[in-house]
Design a protein around this ligand. Structure first.
Ligand code: PLP
Length: 372
């Protein structure tokens, strides 16, 4: 059987060959980075080299990178460890931020988005005026389902006027658009290795030099007491290699965007009742959220799977149960659209042939459902 065509990069990005090589070589190195002997120092050096690389990706200092188990843990660490008296989170945050906010034991305010999926700055100003201080604003850099990029610089500016801290979940933005945490004045940024071609189960909290962080995990005091537990040396090494590769290949986003745009133009040319969700916003170059009214997202995903193409349903289905997407609901889409969307996310390995195969399969599905 032919290899499936992979168009689900926002779910996870294939591990880069250089990452696989570096991970396997790091696994062959014996040593706990906390041990003082020569082997321990070797492992420590690997971790610290990776820290420099991840810091470069984020635009931060190496000492402000705290390694952890992924984007989910990183978001939990920030929302529960920043010491905020209240949280203001956007309505389209990833479940890791939403669920962490729910258990943070402080008042949570939801920042709405417009029909393009972009947060309302005027509403943010009002919420900042009302929320108990110090507030932590958490707005993702770019959305995982439909790709809208958020006005982080303006959010930071507004938050600072009110003495609030700002976290941005940059899990999806990393490697797709440039990040510069220091220039933006962000207090916290969170990252995940597997979305940029690194290993799954590794991520980082990146802090500004003065940002507080009460450890979520306590124990041996690793990561300068900010996250206990023996570092995942091989995973962290793979993260570092993926970070450098992501930086080196940022310019590839242009050709990926051309492929994405060509896909959308071809679908639009065939059907005037399909919807590109968030299509009017500034979006991640690789992401397209496509709604085909009247056809459930899961049905569409199965159709593409049978055609040998991996895409995901726009509905949240992380635990196998499919529910209407909170992102599309927040953008004001009716259930007929919110439940009828799929997410196509491209990457460096996507080819024109892949796009042609997708378009062909999409048109087949469309014609069948419209009785043509
Ligand atoms: N944040 C966003 C925007 C994501 O898309 C994801 C993963 O889908 C996460 C956080 C969670 O990252 P991880 O899979 O590393 O826990």
């Amino acid at each position: 059987m032919k290899n499936p065509i992979y168009m689900d990069y926002n779910a996870t990005c294939p591990a880069r060959p250089a990452v696989i090589e570096a991970v396997s070589s790091a696994m062959a190195t014996v040593g706990n980075p906390s041990s003082v002997h020569a082997q321990g120092r070797k492992a420590r050096a690997l971790v610290e080299e990776a820290r420099v690389k991840v810091a470069a990706l984020a635009g931060a200092r190496a000492r402000d990178v705290v390694f952890c188990s992924g984007g989910t843990e990183a978001a939990n660490a920030v929302l529960r460890g920043a010491g905020a008296a209240s949280l203001i989170i956007s309505a389209i945050e990833h479940d890791s931020v939403r669920a962490a906010a729910d258990v943070a034991n402080v008042p949570v305010f939801i920042l709405p988005v417009d029909e393009s999926g972009v947060v309302s700055l005027s509403r943010l100003g009002e919420l900042l005026a009302d929320a108990p201080a110090p507030a932590l604003v958490s707005v993702m850099y770019a959305n995982n389902e439909m790709g809208a990029v958020q006005p982080i610089a303006s959010i930071v500016e507004l938050a600072k006027e009110h003495g609030a801290m700002v976290h941005s979940d940059a899990v999806q933005a990393a490697g797709k658009i440039p990040l510069d945490m220091a220039a933006l004045g962000l207090d916290y940024m969170t990252l995940s290795a597997h979305k940029i071609g690194g290993p799954q189960g590794v991520g980082a909290v990146v802090l500004s030099p003065l940002a507080p962080l009460k450890a979520l995990l306590v124990g041996g005091g690793q990561e300068l007491g900010r996250r206990s537990g023996t570092e995942n040396v091989a995973g962290v090494v793979g993260f570092g290699v993926a970070a450098i590769e992501a930086l080196e290949h940022l310019a590839d986003s242009e050709s990926i965007e051309e492929l994405r745009d060509s896909l959308e133009v071809q679908l639009r040319g065939h059907a005037n009742d399909m919807v590109i969700v968030g299509g009017k916003a500034e979006r991640l170059p690789n992401t397209s959220c496509i709604a085909l009214p009247g056809v459930k997202g899961e049905t569409q995903v199965m159709h593409f799977d049978l055609a040998g193409i991996c895409v995901s349903s726009g509905s949240a289905c992380s635990s196998g149960k499919v529910k209407s997407s909170h992102v599309l609901n927040a953008m004001g889409y009716a259930p007929e659209i919110a439940e009828a969307s799929i997410r196509v996310s491209l990457g460096r390995e996507t080819t024109e042939t892949d796009i042609a195969a997708f378009v062909k399969a999409w048109k087949t599905l469309y014609d069948r459902t419209r009785g043509e």
